[in-house]
Design a binder for this molecule. Structure first.
Ligand code: LFR
Length: 490
């Protein structure tokens, strides 16, 4: 008898993959079956995702899995958050969905919060203010399109809907809309009203780990697919990444390092007091009643843009090797400055930033990448210090997962700057977390704690320890720099 096979469809802003997992001899075995590119393109005045392409790639991946001899699989889908598809009365999408990096929401926070105050929204939702939250996207949405909308489906829910014909709104991702009420556990009526959307326009809310249904017969006829049961996992990629992070003890922090760097801690009770509000920390809902208390940091997006602007002449490994030859901390950069969110030319933007702040301008690929890695590491260390303060205990280890966990240079710098042990890996934590929720739903793994133990036993995790004192007062000086820069823009 063949072991049960599980498939994670994990789609990020820059790439997607289908990973196949099985438990063999007490270990989780993971295989990449298909990988494809993702990205938004400018169409009809907006930056849009090509969702039909994503659906096709899922079918291609499933065909490869069938060809490899798997006749029956479970499947879960996770993607980035906040973006949604408007579905009309005929059950079809009205248009290709607009990316959260599109400029349409630039002034939306200011406009909406002039009507409903920020602290009021934060108390209700516990969600950080990011201008691309679904709340502001819906606020900026074309009113005629919204009126034609039967259902608003979050990205992974939409993909699940296309596959099975069944529509739900899964909570880990729905929480990133900044429209769920923490106390009631439902969409908040005031916030819905503020953006002219009715509760009925969202498919019913479900927890992660529920069965969505079998893949439609029509797709089975059109493609050569295995028999596939879709399970609604923790559909927000970051929620899956945290499930897939094998933290130890009670005081670990996670850093999910991909297009974004999501740094924070897993909590059982949300932390939406004054300090969390002041530092714009978020309480996204996790699987099994947990909260992802974290902050979004610009992350490898900066590196992805730099790589693309060098026409992909260098791989990420090449870029890291070039950076290693440079001196760290040659300039301070607020990596979370808005200007880095979607610039026309990232390299130019970094150079302009350094020029405008009177610092050395990096000119070679190595120097630019060292500036990026140095400042991401500084930013992480600064946020770890804030986490200690807000949570009232000392974080003792940082688990870095995702593609960024392969950058040893950054792992080591972060460990030294923050003066804590860093555990790096697994790099496919998101797919692993996706699969873990399926395995728990199917009874193959009993709970999240044993799931994390299984991850610890199955994957190589590297440890980095602080080289105490090596960088002197650089973190302190970086913190002063950030304060100074913040004070400038009033
Ligand atoms: C990471 C992520 C973040 C979310 C951002 C936008 O891929 O899902 O958690 O804030 O993308 O959706």
């Amino acid at each position: 008898l063949m072991a049960k096979a599980y498939v994670a469809v994990d789609i990020g802003a820059s790439s997607g993959r289908l990973m196949l997992a099985e438990i063999q001899a007490g270990k989780l075995k993971l295989q990449e079956m298909h990988r494809f590119k993702n990205g938004f393109t400018r169409e009809n005045q907006h930056d849009r995702w090509n969702v039909d392409h994503l659906v096709n790639e899922i079918f291609t991946g499933l065909e490869k899995i069938k060809a490899a001899g798997y006749d029956e699989v479970r499947l879960g889908i996770d993607t980035w958050a906040v973006d949604y598809v408007l579905v009309g009365m005929d059950g079809k999408k009205l248009q290709d969905p607009i990316s959260y990096r599109d400029a349409r929401t630039r002034d939306a926070i200011a406009e909406l919060t002039s009507e409903l105050p920020k602290d009021y929204i934060y108390k209700k939702t516990g969600i950080q203010f990011l201008d691309f939250n679904t709340l502001y996207q819906l606020y900026a949405e074309n009113k005629a399109d919204l009126a034609k909308t039967d259902k608003i489906m979050m990205m992974p829910d939409y993909l699940g809907y296309v596959l099975t014909g069944n529509a739900v709104t899964e909570v880990t991702n729905a929480s990133t809309t900044q429209m769920l009420n923490l106390r009631e556990g439902l969409f908040d009526k005031d916030l819905l009203k503020q953006v002219n959307v009715s509760q009925e326009q969202f498919p019913r809310l479900v927890e992660s780990g529920t069965v969505l249904g079998n893949i439609r017969h029509k797709w089975q006829l059109e493609y050569n697919l295995p028999q596939t049961e879709v399970i609604t996992v923790a559909t927000h990629d970051t929620a899956s990444a945290v499930v897939g992070t094998p933290g130890n003890g009670d005081h670990w922090a996670f850093l999910s390092s991909g297009t974004w760097s999501l740094l924070g801690a897993e909590l059982n009770v949300p932390e939406n007091g004054a300090a969390a509000f002041a530092e714009n920390y978020t309480n996204e809902w996790g699987a099994y009643g947990t909260y992802r208390f974290l902050k979004n940091i610009m992350g490898l997006w900066i590196a992805q843009c730099v790589k693309r602007e060098y026409n992909d002449k260098y791989s990420f490994a090449d870029l890291a090797a070039l950076a290693e030859k440079e001196k760290p901390f040659q300039q301070f950069i607020d990596v979370n400055a808005k200007r880095f969110e979607n610039p026309t030319d990232m390299i130019q933007e970094i150079q302009d930033y350094c020029r405008e702040t009177g610092q050395k301008v990096p000119n070679t690929p190595g120097a630019i990448m060292m500036a990026v890695y140095s400042n991401l590491s500084l930013f992480y260390a600064n946020e770890l210090a804030k986490l200690d303060q807000i949570l009232g205990y000392a974080i003792d280890t940082l688990n870095i997962v995702g593609g960024g966990s392969n950058v040893a240079l950054m792992n080591q710098m972060t460990s030294t700057l923050a003066n804590i042990d860093v555990y790096a890996g697994p790099d496919e934590a998101t797919a692993i977390g996706n699969i873990m929720v399926q395995m728990i739903a199917e009874g193959d793994v009993s709970d999240i704690a044993s799931g994390r133990q299984l991850i610890n036993d199955s994957f190589k995790i590297k440890r980095f320890t602080p080289e105490t004192g090596k960088y002197g007062t650089v973190l302190q000086r970086y913190q002063d720099f950030l304060k100074f820069e913040k004070g400038k823009k009033v």
